[in-house]
Design a protein around this ligand. Structure first.
Ligand code: AG3
Length: 290
């Protein structure tokens, strides 16, 4: 029996049975695997870490796309950093009023292989005429962006190891802030705090330097095991994350999007954090400089 054992944490790990291997290759940037598991469906891993599975991807992608977009209410321009599997793009594309979606992915092979072996993730979204796909390092893109501005920026990154590390830097958050329109919002993948507690402290310090309102919201994604995953939130408008239930419900109804995880109540509740996390956020980060 073949198995995939995740190598994310030192002293514990999760193990998936590989029922069929579709693809395994060292790309120019990372080690990519796509395999089938009887329970989870197709699973994609990068550098030994589970990125997404067919069974539970809806939780992560709905929460990272619909929370900032519906909190904002009038989104025209969206920037997705990373997200090569295409599921974030799929969720963003569901909002018909969005006019322009720029997606910046460092690894062309991830897109190519996900389109082939994880077709349900993008579900045709790569053909959406509103998409401008850029193959580049997200950090280089935001640094080089001149006149363009976005209402929502979503950082659908890996963990801060390897190519994803720069997407957790002070400079990255600062550049994103610079290219966000007034009243816009940024959402980031920020790890599972039960295991990756310093990541929330670092993000609070680094992102907090650039955004008048910085906080976290969360969701439990089964294959990012260990309890809740946090998402970083940054905006210059603190009211954005306090939009009331009725407004969110009206926006969701107007968008005519069917969700499987997201509801206006979940949206509002996701900004409530457990005490261990609030306590940790009171402590200084081990290494907040970069
Ligand atoms: N990227 C986030 C994977 C995080 C896994 N890390 C963890 N379990 N701490 C997902 C990309 C999906 N589009």
């Amino acid at each position: 029996m073949k198995e995939f054992q995740e190598t994310l944490y030192d002293s514990i790990s999760q193990c998936f049975r590989i029922d069929r291997m579709y693809f395994e290759h060292k790309t120019e940037h990372q080690h990519l695997m796509i395999f089938h598991n009887a329970f989870l469906g197709r699973v994609m891993t990068l550098d030994g870490i589970v990125q997404t599975t067919e069974r539970d991807e809806f939780i992560y992608h709905e929460m990272m796309a619909h929370v900032p977009i519906l909190a904002h209410g009038r989104v025209r321009d969206v920037l997705i950093i990373g997200g090569g599997d295409g599921a974030m793009l799929r969720e963003v594309c569901k909002h018909r009023d969005i006019e322009r979606i720029v997606m910046v992915e460092i690894d062309a092979e991830v897109i190519e292989m996900a389109r082939q072996y994880l077709p349900n993730h993008s579900a045709g979204a790569f053909d959406d005429p509103r998409l401008e796909l850029v193959i580049s390092d997200g950090m280089d893109f935001v640094r080089g962006a001149e006149a363009e501005r976005f209402d929502v920026i979503i950082s659908d990154s890996t963990d801060p190891i390897g190519p994803g590390e720069v997407l957790f830097s002070d400079d990255f958050y600062g550049q994103c802030r610079r290219i966000l329109k007034p009243g816009g919002a940024m959402a980031t993948q920020n790890g599972v705090p039960f295991f990756q507690i310093d990541e929330v402290r670092q993000t609070r310090e680094r992102m907090g330097r650039h955004f008048a309102d910085q906080c976290f919201y969360s969701a439990a994604v089964p294959t990012y095991y260990g309890g809740i995953m946090t998402f970083g939130w940054g905006s210059d408008n603190p009211e954005l994350r306090r939009v009331d239930r009725e407004t969110l419900a009206a926006r969701l109804a107007a968008s005519d999007i069917e969700t499987r995880y997201y509801t206006p109540d979940i949206h509002l509740a996701s900004f409530a954090l457990p005490k261990y996390l609030l306590d940790a956020l009171e402590e200084p980060a081990a290494d907040a400089a970069q």
